[in-house]
Structure formats: C-alpha cells, structure tokens
Design a binder for this molecule. Structure first.
Ligand SMILES: [Zn+2]
Length: 405
C-alpha cells in the first residue's frame, strides 16, 4: 500500500502537476506484447480488504470530508461502497472495477479521494466547493477478488430473485465458459456492464430475455443495482441527474496511438449510441433532447488533454458509427442527461498483470484531475465537441476487436 500518501505532492495544484507526468524512465516501454491470457502477478493492486481499510482511514483523517457508505452488497456479501467528498453543485461520479480484471481505476480513485479529502491547498478547497465527487471504487468486488471480468452469480440465483424469469434462457451477457483465461463453468457470472437500462425503474420482464448487445439490460446484478441506487439517490437529493459519470476500464494490451505508433496509456470514449437511432420514430428518439453526446465528448477531450499534456499517450477508443451498447452504465446514464466518459487503460490483468501499474494509475489521475478542474471552472463548456474526432485514434484495433473492453 505504499502508493498512498503520494497523491498530495503529486496533485497540489497545477504548479507542481509535472510531478504527475509519466516517469521518464518508463516513458517508452519497448517490450513484446501479447493478448494471450496468462498468470501474472497482481499483488501490487489494491485488493478488497486493503480498499476497505483505506476508505476507513480516509474517513478518519479527512476530518469528516470523506463520507463512506454502503450502497449495496455483492452476491457473496461484500459491501459495495460509495465515498464522497465536496459540497459543490456539480456532481461528478466515477466508478472502477465493474470488470474485476481492470484494476488501475480503484488505485486512482483512492488517491484522488485522498487529495480532495485531506489537502488544505486552495486548489483542493476550490474543487471541494464547486464539485461533489462521488467514487464507487471496486464496484464488482466478487469479480475483483476472483481477478476476472464477470461477477459471481448464477442464472439460477437470478431466477430465485426474479421468479418471473423461471422458464427463460440466461441473459446474453451470462459468462459460463472459459473467457480471458478464466473458467466460469463451475462459477458463472455476468458482464455487469451490460446490465443497465436507461429506464432506471425498470423491473425484469420475461419477454426481455435473453436480450442482445443492442438492447438495454435489466438490473439483474446486485452491482448494477448498487450503481443505479447511487445515481438515483443523487438525482433525488439534487433535483437533477449527476453532471458527470466516468467509467474506468482496461482494454487490449497491444493497442497503439495512431500516427505515433506508441503503445497507449489510456483510450477515451463517449457513449456508443448511433446518431441514426435518435431520429423520429427510432428507438432512442424519446431521449433525443436529454442525450449528452456533446457534453460527453467535451468531457472526454478534457480527460485526454489532462493525460497527454503530462506526457501520457492517449487516443480515441474505437467507436464505429453503428456501435450500439445501451446496456452499458455510461449509455444508460447518458440517455438520462449525464455527460459520460469511458477510460480504457491498456492491458488487463491476464495480459499485463501489474506491469506499468504506477504509470497507468497516474495517467488515469491526470485525466480525471483535468476533468475535475475543467468542470470546476466551467472551461469544459468551451471545448469544441467536434474536436473529439480529430484526436488520434487507436491503431491495432483488429487486435482489440478480440479483446473485451
Ligand atoms: Zn471493462
């Protein structure tokens, strides 16, 4: 847990932000890269027990600024936490490890909570006054402890909870085979990031199963319900939906920045919801006036700028015009009016293990920090959303197509 305590020198305002830059010694890793799943060390990442201890510490040392509460329980009884800091009108929600083998986000969130909660700098004070920062770290704790993508939940357990699904086949995002090197045959689970529905009070209906990637999810997983409850509670308390939602993920191990051919640190993206479906009569027409495509692209550019200005390698995550994934958390929230951004750090634990952990964690922090700053000052509203399409793309996306984000 030596990573803790480093955030304060790293993030005390812009003047010393060069400290968050990519360490020169590891700026250009030249090594073989492979998408083949294998066993690799991950012990440097924060595990569930360490995270709980750190959240408790932050609550104690922050003089009450960091408030931690339970927002749900995983299938295996692990508490899912929300940690918030700040009293500002802009509500900024970030979750990590919805996929349990995508781990840097949790480390980055704990360090940002530490900075926002304990720093007496004017910068931190301004952020606390203008923003309410709400972190949901390690959203899928069962998957995180198993170091795998899916949660730990069988279709039979879902049917027990929702008897109306008794005779239905499992949801399409049910993982019950070998995937990413993990054997789900005896211990199945779901891809939680396909379980969201833009209708936040949706209740599972038999006829909606097994569903499909281009249809909404159902909130059948306790993890999706936990994040929904965070979102809905904030919306009720504030009388408006959260302004920002960032979902922290990892992607393929071999992706490069188009043009430079450098291995990526982080790709960024706005929601994969095709424009054509917002036309009259189409399936997202009713969301046309609230959908936040431009706000999401502005926020994504801010995140990109934060990373690249500090020496990290960023790119647009591949986003084909017909890519349509309404069951993702970010899509569901964007259809409710929240600006949403996806971060995709290079490599998952089965392909990179903990390699580059510190560098990637700093890259995520640099992106999030710049977004916080631009939201805090209002600068984000002056970013040209169309500039998103001019950011460098991701090379080797053929390799990426085999890897789940
Ligand atoms: Zn992911």
């Amino acid at each position: 847990m030596s990573v803790f305590g480093r955030l304060v020198p790293v993030m005390v305002g812009l003047a010393v932000l060069p400290l968050v830059s990519a360490p020169a010694a590891v700026a250009a890793p030249v090594q073989a890269c492979s998408e083949e799943p294998r066993e690799l060390p991950i012990n440097e990442f924060t595990d569930y027990r360490e995270m709980v201890r750190e959240l408790g510490r932050l609550e104690r040392v922050s003089k009450g600024r960091v408030a931690v509460k339970e927002v749900g329980r995983s299938t295996r009884g692990r508490v899912i936490h929300q940690a918030s800091v700040g009293t500002g009108p802009k509500v900024f929600v970030v979750s990590s490890e919805i996929h349990g083998n995508e781990k840097t986000g949790t480390d980055a969130l704990l360090r940002i909570l530490d900075y926002l909660g304990t720093s007496e700098s004017r910068d931190a004070e301004r952020l606390r006054k203008t923003i309410t920062f709400v972190a949901v770290p390690k959203l899928n704790p069962d998957g995180a402890e198993l170091d795998r993508r899916g949660n730990d939940l069988s279709w039979a357990e879902v049917q027990q909870r929702f008897p109306q699904l008794k005779d239905r086949p499992p949801a399409w995002n049910y993982l019950s085979d070998v995937i990413q090197g993990d054997d789900y045959r005896k211990r199945p689970g779901f891809d939680v990031n396909r379980d969201f529905n833009p209708e936040l009070n949706y209740v599972p209906r038999a006829e909606d199963f097994p569903g499909a990637p281009d249809q909404p999810g159902w909130f059948i997983t306790p993890e999706a319900r936990a994040l929904r409850s965070v979102y809905v509670s904030l919306a009720e308390q504030r009388g408006k939906v959260p302004d920002v939602y960032v979902d922290l993920h990892h992607q393929g191990a071999c992706v490069r920045q188009e043009g430079s051919d450098r291995l990526l640190d982080v790709g960024i993206d706005y929601p994969p919801l095709p424009d054509k479906f917002f036309e009259p009569g189409q399936k997202y027409a009713k969301y046309r006036d609230v959908y936040t495509k431009d706000e999401s692209r502005q926020l994504a550019i801010s995140g990109f700028n934060g990373m690249t200005s500090r020496g990290f390698v960023g790119a647009r995550y591949p986003h084909a015009a017909d890519r349509d994934l309404p069951g993702q958390a970010r899509c569901s929230f964007a259809l409710n009016g929240t600006g949403t951004v996806l971060f995709e750090v290079r490599g998952q634990t089965q392909t990179l293990g903990q390699q580059h952990r510190e560098r990637f964690t700093r890259a995520v922090m640099a992106g999030l920090y710049n977004m916080l700053r631009d939201v805090s000052t209002g600068a984000v509203e002056y970013i040209d959303p169309e500039a998103f399409d001019r950011l460098p793309g991701t090379a080797d996306s053929a390799a990426l197509a085999r890897v789940l984000e």
